[in-house]
Structure formats: structure tokens, C-alpha cells
Design a protein. Structure first.
Ligand code: FES
Ligand code: FES
Lengths: 163, 734
């Protein structure tokens, strides 16, 4: 099927089989390998991307379902000027990553949540962190990172790409 | 951008610019998918790949019969009878998921289509998954012991003897990135990309298996998504993929998925244990005996000998005068066991620490006090154990005290007493675990290759045989070299994980990188300074003693004219130190403590507090060490409460729903965890670093289990076997 994926504001005209999973289309057809696959069964969340602003497990979605829908991946997280997203800064500052394999999933999950609700509370952050798997950090640094990014956001250090 | 990114790894990993093996694009690369056995054990009658070959986009499909030259797994073991481990099953399936055929496709979809059409016929045989059953069948691959047998008299005359049995369940290491290999033949060379812990070892093994010179194989380790011991070997799939890549003259890769990982990745632990612990009336330990029956999986291999680590470490942190440990490694019908974070030391710590708590109860002693009476005091180091280890240094009581203070041990004991007096209050329990581990490796792997090179541009390149899978080497090692040389860290960069860069290398496992490679890099930087001073002395026509080194430059002792590295290189030529650095093993230690609340009616365990006090000597980067310690504690929590591999009667693991069945801890399970450190450097290297990162897997599980036993006031704590699922706890409480 001919579709066009719009990823991080760039158009990728593709000819894909209907069964092709979004994650594979992003990684192999668009060359955006920042989205990782940790389980391919919807559990780990390493493959999380934003589809029309909603965090989805891209291993559970078909590429053809996303024809014409705006998609954001970790490659599109930094600002257009290359300025890192507050989440990216916060993950580094709080040591929210070790091997970095799970990281893009956590980043996109949190980015989606922050865009919906800039004033993420403790419980919301805990629920976010509890949605994905990380085998290295023990999660607490990830929680701190998201909390810090939310705080920075409220302090106005966050550039909302939708504005 | 030093202020923006705390680690050098961070920018690429946070922006999607990391490069893991699955991210590498090579033109014409074929994807390998394996058709796997659905039975655990059986006689293979037939494999038919013809339908697979008809699938569009399939480049080829082969069973063992189609590839007579395909080499089997190397058997690194000596001695006892060997059993060949073919890379594809020849006539007998011995573990579930064992590869029957390989299909190469233009991409993963085509290859999977092909694999789905491979037909096989297997006559099932009974599967044996426990060591006891298998030993009855004579499948003993290794017998070993540490220490000397203990006379009956000792047991007969002791005031108290505790006897108990424990199971160290099979665990899946579960790095978030499964195993990967990409083999690219070109000219007379083969380049292998793999998320791996020991690139040089992988190179020599592949070279030997493919019957080609080592120099013709290059192994490169790009970003690696965790390993925890599970990426340090050569695997049947690796051999098949490398062999086909060479034979076809085409790039081939295998990107393991989670489903196959749960079936066929190496597992950790896997021991049935029996212990006897004797003490006098004051609680002084007299003798300890540990019997290990290890279920090591379907084939004899390197992992067969790893339970000996448990035997050598059986003494633990105590002054017990007599310790005897015996090991039997038994072949079963599971994928093989292999090191998983802790590798042999969790299995040594857990039975001893659990039994210490039972002993304390029998003696009506506080468990902390019992430990205090027996911990090896600082003045007795180096301490030679009855099981043959010589511990380098330690202050165990200091670690215990810090853990008790951090936890508020007395406060929790008071709370426990209060709740015990109140029938409506849910019981709490407090558990301790004192551990000692071994880091650096065993004889034969207590070295690594290191190098430091100064460039004309003023930059410094550090090289070492380690390979990072999340341990921040690219940040930590340059900082250490920079500190030694007295230059800005930004001037130093690290090259590792590439066999073309160093004459040899050992890798990253057994908590060895900071201890051995770190000390080695410091040593190499020191040699570079000496060489620089000698060269400058010749230039200036001075005796070497009249030169000095400071802030990255050599200068005459009298006078001010300093010469930096870049100028020195310009004037005297390339300046590169390459060393094979050797050091001895070291023994990190610590105390972990847990407080739990148990609902006896539901069997639910709520961990209220975890404290982990670890001593790994000098920490190269304390924040990195803490990050490792924290993650390790959470893996230990996983073993204690959640993780395990259940089997059906047919010997197939009941993990069909993947990570919905194999329960890795999520954030929802993380209790408040507090870390503490004491610092007792190893005297065995000038650097003083001991290994870090495995402590949580070692110290945490018995602390949690002890806490649950304490909460339930169990007379027979051996009914509590990990993982402490609600079912297990409910039955134990009943
Ligand atoms: S890869 Fe999609 S959830 Fe794990
Ligand atoms: S950082 Fe390694 S899995 Fe999360």
C-alpha cells in the first residue's frame, strides 16, 4: 500500500505491506532507528512514539494506520534550533539512562504526557514511569528526570512545539 | 557541552543517534530467523526446508543436514565426557527452542514467513528440568569441592546445628536489548558487529570455528543495550550466522527478539542447595557445609564450572573456621545456565544469610548481633578462607553498622514489637544480609590490554579491552586518564570494543572493568608520563630526575620552560603506551537490609524500605557507581519477589506470553531504596577500585526473604523459596 508517514514534520512516501508494523516502518523505511524494540508485544514501551500527540507502542500499530497522521519520534524531540528538550536535559542530569536502550520510549511517553498536562503531578509521573521497562536504572532516576523536566516546564523553560 | 550532558554517552542516546547493532544499515544484508523446536527433548526425525525456500524474498533455508560443514559450539570444558552441541540440531533436541533450521530473508518479514514453513518431525522424549532428576540419570557434568570435609564430631558437639534447603531459581538476565550479531564479509576479512561483553574472545572463538586467522576477523561492539552477563559468550546462532555470511559472501544479521530470548537466551542461577551451619552457645560459628546441585542446562559448556564460584565464596564474610562446599553440575533439558549479574555469589550469599537468621532465632539472638560476633574484623585482612579465597580488605562491621543506622534498625524492631502486640496490625519483618563478593575475575582473566596515546593535536586517546553495555566507560575512563595526566578530561577520549584497536582484550564481566582496566589505564598513563620525561630529558640533555611532570606537561625541575604533550610528540614522534596489565582479584562487600509488611491472608509482600550499603573500594565516579548499585538492587528485588522460569510437565518454560509471564520489576514495585557506602580500597592495585554493580543481586534477595520470614515468624523458613509470589507466601504462612 502506498502511504505517507509524516514523521517529525518530514514526509516519507512509502510502499508498505498492510502487515508492516509502524516501528519497522520508522526504523527501516524512514531510517529513524532511535525508536527501539525491546519486546514486540506491547509490554516494554521502548518503541513508544507519539501518533497525533498520543503515546503509542509502535510495535502494536500498523504503519498503514498512520497514513497522513503526524508522528513524533525521539529524533524530533529537540527543538528546531537543536536546543535539547527539557526531558533530554533532565534525563542526563538525573542519570535517567545507563545503556540508553529503553530511553527513547520513556522520553516520548513523558513528552506526550507533558504536552497534555504541563503540570504533571507525582502520581501521574509515577504512572508514566510504571508504564515502561528499564533493566538498568531501577527507575527512580527516570522518575526524578521526568519530575525535573515538568518543573522546568512550569518555570517556562519548555518550548512547546505546537505553539 | 560539558555542562549540558553529564555523560559523554548521553547526547547520542538521548537524541536517537545511538547506534545499536539493529540500527546499522548494510546494503544487501540478510536477516536470519531460526525455526525452533517446540519440544524440550526428543529425537529429530526430519526437517524439511523446501517450502521455506519457495517463499518470495527468502534467500535460503538450511537444516543441519544441509550444512555438513557447520561447526558445533566450542566446548571450553576439559575433563568429564563431552556432548557435542551442534549449532543446528542434528539428531536430538535437548532444550526447548533449540534451532532446527535457519532461514535467511531479504528482511525479517520474509525470513519469518520462511521459518513458519519449515516442517519438522520430532519424537518427544521425557524432559528433565531439575538437577535431582537428572543426576539420577547419571548426567553429572562436573563435581567439585572447596574446603575440607567436616568431621561428624563437630556437628555432634555443637550447641546448635541448623539444617535447611534452598532453591536459587533460574532467572532471565533480560537486558532490554536482546542478543545481536551482524556479520559483514569483505575481501579477506570478516567484520562482526555485536552487542557483546568480550569482543576479543568472540573474535578468537569465531576465528577458530571458521578456521581462519584471528587477524582476519574484526569484532566491533557499538552501543549495547545492557548485558548483565548474558552477552559474553559465543552462541549457536552466532556461529550459524557467521558461517553463512562467509559461505554466501553476504552480510547476514541475527537480531534476537524477546520471544526467542525467553526461550533460548542463557539463564542465570539454577541451584538446589542444602546447608548445615553449626555454632556454639554464644553464637560463634563453628562449621558450615554447603551442598550444591546445579542444573546447568542441556550441554556441557563454560557454565558448567560456574557453580564452583559459589563453593569458593561459601565462607562469606564470617570467621567460620571450617567450611566445606561441594558442587555437582548436572545436565538437564533447559537452555544452558551462564553468568547473570552476580554469577555464583548470589547463590553463595543467599543460603548462608538465610541460615544465619534461622540460627539467630534458635539462639534467641538478634540477627544483627549474631552477624557482628562473626564478621571478619579489619585487622585479619588479608584473610584466607577455608574455601580457598584470600580476601584483600574489608571493614564488614562498619558496613553493617551503617546499614543498621540508615535503616533505623532499632526503630523498626520497636515498631515490630508494637505490631506483634496488636493482633489487628499487619506484621512487619526486618531482614539483613551481609555479603562478600569477588570481583575482577579468576586466574587467567585477571588482566587486560590498555593503552594511552598522546597526539600531535594535544588530544589523548585511551584504549582498553573492556566493552561497555551501559556502564559509562566513555565518561569514566577518560576522566581517570585525564586526572592521572593532569589534563582537561575533554582532551581524552576512549576507544574500546574494537578488536582492531588493541592486540588483545578480555572484556567486561565479573565486575572487572573499573578494577582491572581502570587500574591498567592509570598505570599506562603513568608510564606515558615516564616516557615523556625521558624524552624531554634527552631533548634538554638533563638526567631524568631533573625533569618533573605536572598539569599535562613536562618541565625541568629548575626553570619554568614546560613542554606539553602535543609539542613533545611533534618534536620526538608518536607517543603511545600499550600494556598488558595484570592485577589480582578483589572482594567488595556490604550489608543490605529490608523491611517488609506481609498480608498473611493474601500472601502479599510489601517492601517498605531497602537499604544497601556497599563497599567497592575507590569509586571512579561515585554517581555512576550509585546508579549501578541502585539498578542492581532492583534486579535483586526481582529475584526475591517476581522473577522465575516455571516449566510445564513437558519441560517447556511457561513463558508463552513473554514479558507478561516473566515479571521484570516495574516502577510500581520499587520501594524506597537508600544507598550507603563505605570505602575500603583494595591494596592490590594503586587505584584501589574494586568491582561494582553486582552487589544488589547478591545482597538484596536474602535480605528481603529474611524479612518475610521474620514477619511471619516462620519455624520452617525453607518453605519460602524465591520468587516469593503471593502463592508461596500464603502457603508458607498457612
Ligand atoms: S517493543 Fe513495543 S512495547 Fe516493547
Ligand atoms: S537504561 Fe538500559 S534499559 Fe533502561
Amino acid at each position: 500500500m502506498k502511504i505517507t508517514l509524516t514523521v517529525n514534520d518530514a514526509a516519507y512516501p512509502l510502499d508498505v505491506e498492510p502487515r508492516r508494523v509502524l516501528a519497522d516502518a520508522l526504523r527501516d523505511d524512514c531510517g529513524l532507528t532511535g525508536t527501539h524494540l525491546g519486546c514486540e508485544q506491547g509490554v516494554c514501551g521502548a518503541c513508544t512514539v507519539l501518533v497525533d500527540g498520543e503515546a503509542v507502542r509502535s510495535c502494536l500499530m500498523l504503519a498503514v494506520q498512520c497514513d497522513g497522521v503526524p508522528i513524533r519520534t525521539v529524533e524530533g524531540l529537540a527543538g528546531a534550533d537543536g536546543e535539547p528538550h527539557p526531558l533530554q536535559r533532565a534525563f542526563s542530569a538525573e542519570r535517567g539512562l545507563q545503556c540508553g536502550f529503553c530511553t527513547p520510549g520513556f522520553l516520548m511517553l513523558a513528552a506526550g504526557a507533558l504536552e497534555h498536562d504541563p503540570a504533571l503531578g507525582e502520581e501521574e509521573v509515577a504512572a508514566l514511569v510504571g508504564s515502561n521497562l528499564c533493566r538498568c536504572t531501577g527507575y527512580e532516576p527516570i522518575r526524578r528526570a521526568i519530575t525535573r523536566a515538568a518543573r522546568d516546564h512550569q518555570n517556562g523553560q519548555f518550548h512547546d512545539r505546537r505553539q | 557541552m560539558v555542562d549540558r550532558w553529564l555523560r559523554r554517552e548521553d547526547e547520542r542516546l538521548l537524541t536517537g543517534a545511538g547506534r545499536f547493532v539493529a540500527d546499522l544499515r548494510v546494503d544487501g544484508c540478510l536477516d536470519a530467523v531460526f525455526a525452533r523446536s517446540e519440544v524440550a527433548h526428543g529425537v529429530l526425525r526430519e526437517v524439511d526446508c523446501s517450502a521455506a525456500r519457495e517463499v518470495p524474498g527468502v534467500a535460503g533455508a538450511w537444516s543441519a543436514a544441509d550444512l555438513p560443514g557447520l561447526p558445533p559450539m566450542p566446548d571450553a570444558r576439559e575433563g568429564a565426557a563431552t556432548r557435542e552441541w551442534p549449532s543446528l540440531v542434528r539428531d536430538r533436541v535437548r532444550y526447548p527452542g533449540e534451532a532446527l533450521a535457519v532461514v535467511l530473508g531479504d528482511d525479517r518479514y520474509r525470513a519469518e514467513d520462511g521459518a513458519a514453513r519449515v516442517r519438522s518431525r520430532i519424537d518427544p522424549l521425557p524432559a528433565v528440568v531439575t538437577a535431582q532428576e537428572a543426576a539420577g540419570l547419571g548426567h553429572v557434568a562436573l563435581r567439585g569441592e572447596a574446603g575440607r570435609p567436616i568431621d561428624d564430631e563437630v556437628w555432634e558437639q555443637a550447641a546448635v546445628v541448623v539444617e535447611s534447603s534452598y532453591r536459587q531459581q533460574l532467572l532471565m538476565p533480560s537486558p532490554m536489548e536482546c542478543r545481536t550479531i551482524l556479520c559483514v564479509p569483505g575481501g579477506d576479512r570478516l567484520t562482526v558487529w555485536s552487542g557483546h561483553q568480550a569482543p576479543h574472545r568472540l573474535r578468537s572463538e569465531l576465528a577458530r570455528l571458521l578456521d581462519r586467522p584471528e587477524e582476519s576477523v574484526r569484532v566491533v561492539v557499538p552501543d549495547t543495550g545492557g548485558a548483565f552477563g548474558s552477552k559474553s559468550a559465543v552462541f549457536p546462532e552466532f556461529i550459524t550466522v557467521a558461517w553463512l555470511a562467509v559461505r554466501l559472501g553476504r552480510p547476514v544479521r541475527w537480531i534476537e527478539d524477546r520471544r526467542e530470548s525467553l526461550l533460548v537466551a542463557t539463564r542465570g542461577r539454577g541451584q538446589d542447595q542444602h546447608v548445615r551451619l553449626a555454632a556454639d552457645a554464644d553464637g560463634r560459628l563453628l562449621a558450615y557445609e554447603l551442598t550444591v546441585e546445579a542444573d546447568v542446562g542441556a550441554y556441557p559448556h563454560l557454565g558448567v564450572a560456574f557453580p564452583m564460584q559459589t563453593a569458593w565464596m561459601a565462607t562469606g564474610p564470617y570467621t567460620t573456621p571450617q567450611v566445606h562446599a561441594t558442587v555437582r553440575s548436572v545436565l538437564t533439558n533447559t537452555m544452558v545456565t551462564y553468568p547473570y549479574r552476580g554469577a555464583g555469589r548470589p547463590e553463595a550469599t543467599s543460603p548462608l544469610e538465610r541460615t544465619m537468621d534461622v540460627l539467630a532465632t534458635r539462639l534467641h539472638l538478634d540477627p544483627a548481633e549474631l552477624r557482628r560476633r562473626n564478621l571478619i574484623p579489619p585487622e585479619r585482612f588479608p584473610y584466607r578462607t577455608p574455601t580457598g579465597r584470600t580476601y584483600d580488605s574489608g571493614d564488614h562491621v562498619a558496613a553493617l553498622d551503617l546499614a543498621l543506622r540508615t535503616l533505623d534498625y532499632d526503630g523498626w524492631r520497636a515498631e515490630q514489637a508494637r505490631r506483634r502486640a496488636d493482633p489487628a496490625a499487619p506484621p512487619v519483618g526486618i531482614g539483613l544480609s551481609c555479603y562478600v563478593e569477588r570481583s575482577g575475575g579468576e586466574k587467567g582473566s585477571l588482566h587486560d590490554y590498555v593503552g594511552v596515546e598522546a597526539g600531535e593535536d594535544g588530544g589523548v586517546v585511551a584504549r582498553c579491552g573492556a566493552a561497555s553495555s551501559g556502564q559509562s566507560h566513555a565518561t569514566v575512563f577518560p576522566a581517570l586518564v585525564a586526572e592521572t595526566l593532569g589534563v582537561e578530561p575533554a582532551r581524552v577520549r576512549l576507544i574500546e570494543g574494537d578488536t582492531d584497536e588493541l592486540p588483545g582484550g578480555v572484556g567486561s564481566f565479573g565486575s572487572r572493568s573499573a578494577q582491572i582496566d581502570g587500574a591498567g589505564l592509570q598505570h599506562a598513563a603513568t608510564l606515558l608520563i615516564e616516557e615523556a620525561r625521558e624524552r624531554a630529558a634527552r631533548l634538554w640533555d638533563l638526567p631524568v630526575e631533573e625533569t618533573a611532570w605536572s598539569d599535562g606537561a613536562v618541565h625541568p625541575v629548575r626553570g619554568t620552560a614546560a613542554m606539553g604533550l602535543s609539542e613533545l610528540v611533534k618534536r620526538t614522534g608518536p607517543l603511545r603506551i600499550d600494556e598488558r596489565y595484570e592485577a589480582d582479584m578483589a572482594f567488595p562487600f556490604g550489608t543490605h537490609a529490608a523491611v517488609v509488611e506481609v498480608d498473611p491472608d493474601l500472601g502479599a509482600v510489601r517492601v517498605l524500605r531497602l537499604v544497601a550499603v556497599d563497599d567497592c573500594g575507590r569509586a571512579l565516579d561515585p554517581a555512576v557507581v550509585r546508579g549501578q548499585a541502585f539498578g542492581s538492587v532492583v534486579q535483586g528485588l526481582g529475584q526475591a519477589l517476581y522473577e522465575g522460569v516455571p516449566f510445564g510437565d513437558d519441560g517447556v518454560p511457561l513463558l508463552g506470553d513473554g514479558l507478561l509471564d516473566y515479571l521484570l520489576p516495574t516502577y510500581a514495585e520499587i520501594p524506597p531504596i537508600e544507598l550507603g557506602e563505605t570505602r575500603t580500597p583494595t591494596p592490590r592495585t594503586p587505584l584501589g577500585a574494586k568491582g561494582a554493580g553486582e552487589s544488589g543481586c547478591i545482597g538484596t534477595p536474602p535480605a528481603i526473604v529474611n524479612a518475610v520470614a521474620d514477619a511471619l515468624r516462620l519455624d520452617h523458613p525453607e518453605r519460602l523459596q524465591m520468587p516469593l509470589t503471593p502463592d508461596v507466601v500464603w502457603r508458607a504462612a498457612a
